[in-house]
Design a protein around this ligand. Structure first.
Ligand code: 2HA
Ligand code: ZN
Length: 269
């Protein structure tokens, strides 16, 4: 028995997580247990789910998330593989609910699979968005090869240098990732410092953040859209790399061409 049985809309949302997990594996962005996904499912919770007993004792989130009190999430399990999650999302992740104290959570279904090691960063971001009244549906952390490679050069870690270059590779990148790529300097994976720096960088006005020499963190209304943003940015990095491989520095769209794009599409930057 799964909590998804006879809950078509909840099943559809978890299926979209599984679909994205499959893409992450196919792209080579999710070696071993690399990457995490956390998706808000509160809007799909019914009365029967609310009365389900917890699996095991309450656990600490690791940071305070007061605006998430009573909210429900699907989280990838710690140590679990994206490629396994793609086939069996409820064996490789779990549905949790945040307790009223905003400090602890309980695992509700299907099994007592402990959530992602990056739970503090994921929930801290969901919490801040909820506080601002713009609840985000999904947070995604993954290891896209070419974007991580860019983060090994000081040149691309300068504020907005990577964004400008990636935007200039193909018009779609600015259209579909209009807030660009923020940068967080190297910090210990899974640390609360990394979570806080990610949050601060998102608040400067980005939807995707590059973690130096590690990966990216993306926020969007749903998991497919979060994936799409990373995908378009990494596509631009691949075009840059292809041009370099052909032996030249790509010209890039001009500032005037990018301004024209922003005006035509009503883009925020
Ligand atoms: O969950 O990618 O950064 C594995 C990770 C941690
Ligand atoms: Zn990682």
């Amino acid at each position: 028995m799964s909590i998804l049985d006879s809950r078509a809309t909840l099943k559809a949302r978890i299926d979209s997580v599984a679909e994205v997990a499959g893409y992450l594996w196919q792209k080579g962005w999710a070696e071993r247990n690399g990457g995490n996904i956390t998706v808000n499912v509160t809007d799909l919770v019914d009365g029967q789910m609310r009365s389900l007993p917890a699996l095991g004792a309450p656990k600490r989130v690791g940071t305070a998330v007061p605006h998430l009190a009573g909210q429900w999430f699907y989280c990838k399990g710690t140590g679990k593989r994206m490629r396994d999650l793609a086939r069996a999302p409820m064996d490789n992740g779990a549905i949790i609910r945040v307790l009223e104290d905003g400090l602890q959570y309980e695992i509700v279904a299907d099994r007592e699979v402990l959530p992602t090691s990056e739970l503090p960063s994921h929930l801290l971001v969901h919490d801040r968005m909820a506080a601002k009244g713009t609840p985000c549906g999904a947070t995604l952390h993954t290891h896209p090869i070419e974007l991580v490679a860019l983060s090994h050069s000081r040149r691309w870690l300068e504020k907005d240098a990577a964004s400008r270059m990636l935007w200039s590779m193909i018009p779609e990148t600015k259209a579909f990732c209009p807030r660009g790529l923020g940068v967080v300097p190297y910090m210990l994976p899974s640390s609360v410092d990394l979570a806080q720096a990610t949050l601060d960088t998102l608040e400067e006005g980005y939807d995707v953040v590059l973690w130096e020499k590690h990966g990216v963190f993306a926020v969007d209304t749903d998991i497919m859209s979060a994936f799409d943003q990373v995908d378009v940015l990494n596509k631009s990095a691949l075009i840059y790399l292809a041009a370099k491989g052909m032996g030249f520095e790509p010209e890039g769209m001009s500032d005037a061409q990018m301004k024209e794009m922003s005006a035509a599409f009503g883009l925020p930057k």
